[in-house]
Design a protein around this ligand. Structure first.
Ligand code: PLP
Length: 391
């Protein structure tokens, strides 16, 4: 028998979404008429703007002509797209050769983990988006520091244990909270003083409102010397299926910049030219339409948050992120999951599925289709919702 990689055995069984699916199936078997709404997923539901798909169809057809055909392209991504990313998100801070276009933020994190497997200990916010933890366990033998982020510490990790690599996600999945300028400045200062590197995941930056919160770590002076930022078209442009993202690796990271350029071109052959074309259109004529979809998700999330608050729930996040994080008040995360399923026919995500620090919370996602908003709000408002199954 071929031997397993011992690192694979360090991963806990990925049972969260399977367990959710099993419980939902079992509920449906007992209640075949039940109409369930899913507030568990982080996937987008609003279709792509037509301006994006129409421009793609012309480009796609041109690939069947002698003049228009394209094969392999620059692995780092086409220049127009990289320039558009800079213009939209990093004017005057980053240059196009510091942008690495990719097939998504999750895949970039995996590639970065190969490069950074010598940095230890690694700080993971707890609860966490799972790839920071699981990818680290798979790619290296580093020690992990699980820094609990909860209401007591304002969802801000403490740095005890002197981490050399820190995964920071803001706006945060799953807690829906967002770092302030002061908090992010504190993180950058720590990294500069201790020769540490920050991987900053800004996949939800488009949900930030107003000017009180940084949208990129490069708004903080000095961050270019200690931070790599990953980002994605998934959530703001609905590209979860199309697949397109990017990482910023500043040249001021000297050796790391050259090493990442080498690694990226060694194990990645470039994002699909179709996805890149869509990305260009999104950043130009499609941008407003994409922001209109973000606005709908934001309205979903705000409405959920308001409904929960008016029911006396203790709620975090949801103002600058598409996730609401609810304290389950004495119930375990799974007990609360079962409560939402049976009493409200709503599927939520148990916070404990994102790490021990998430026990005692559930996550509700605002990515549901806006046409279901009022039905969902009725169910969230305990006093006014009368379940058809339980009345
Ligand atoms: N980063 C965070 C924080 C996420 O929540 C997600 C997806 O849910 C991703 C990255 C994945 O992005 P992509 O679809 O570009 O791989």
């Amino acid at each position: 028998m071929v031997e397993r990689n011992p690192r694979s055995t360090k991963l806990s069984k990925s049972y969260l979404f399977r367990e959710v699916a099993d419980r939902v199936q079992s509920y449906k078997r007992k209640n075949p008429g039940a109409v369930l709404y899913n507030l568990g997923i982080g996937d987008t539901t609003i279709p792509l703007p037509q301006v994006v798909t129409q421009s793609l169809s012309g480009f796609f057809e041109s690939l069947s002509t002698e003049e228009g055909y394209l094969g392999y392209q620059n692995e780092q991504g086409n220049e127009l797209l990289r320039k558009s990313i800079i213009e939209r998100f990093y004017p005057d801070t980053i240059t196009p050769d510091e942008v690495f276009v990719s097939d998504g933020a999750k895949c970039d994190i995996g590639r970065l983990q190969i490069l950074l497997s010598h940095l230890s200990p690694v700080l993971i916010q707890d609860p966490t988006y799972p790839v920071y933890r699981d990818g680290t366990l798979l790619s290296g033998d580093q020690s992990l520091i699980y820094a609990v982020c909860n209401p007591e510490n304002d969802f801000f990790p403490n740095f005890s244990g002197s981490p050399k690599l820190l995964y920071i996600c803001s706006p945060n999945n799953p807690t829906g909270t967002v770092l302030t300028y002061t908090q992010l400045t504190h993180l950058v200062s720590y990294a500069k003083e201790h020769g540490a590197l920050i991987i900053f995941d800004a996949a939800y930056r488009y949900f930030i409102q107003g000017e009180q919160h940084p949208r990129t770590i490069y708004e903080i002076p000095g961050a270019k010397e200690i931070a790599i930022e990953v980002n994605s078209f998934s959530k703001f442009a609905g590209f979860t299926g199309i697949r397109l993202g990017w990482s910023i690796v500043p040249k001021t990271l000297k050796g790391l910049y050259d090493d990442y350029a080498r690694l990226h071109s060694t194990i990645f052959n470039g994002a699909s030219i179709l996805a890149q074309k869509c990305g260009e259109v999104v950043l130009q004529e499609g941008f407003e339409a994409c922001m209109a979809s973000v606005e709908e998700y934001r309205a979903n999330t705000k409405a959920m948050r308001d409904a929960l608050l008016s029911e006396g729930e203790t709620v975090y996040g949801g103002e600058h992120a598409p996730y609401v994080w609810i304290e389950t008040k004495g119930k375990s995360s799974w007990e609360a999951f079962q409560y939402y399923l049976e009493e409200k026919q709503l599927i939520v995500t148990p916070g404990s599925g994102f790490g021990k620090g998430g026990e005692g919370f559930v996550r509700l996602s605002g990515f549901f289709h806006p046409s279901t908003r009022s039905a969902i709000l009725d169910r969230l408002a305990c006093s006014s919702y009368t379940s058809t199954l339980y009345s």
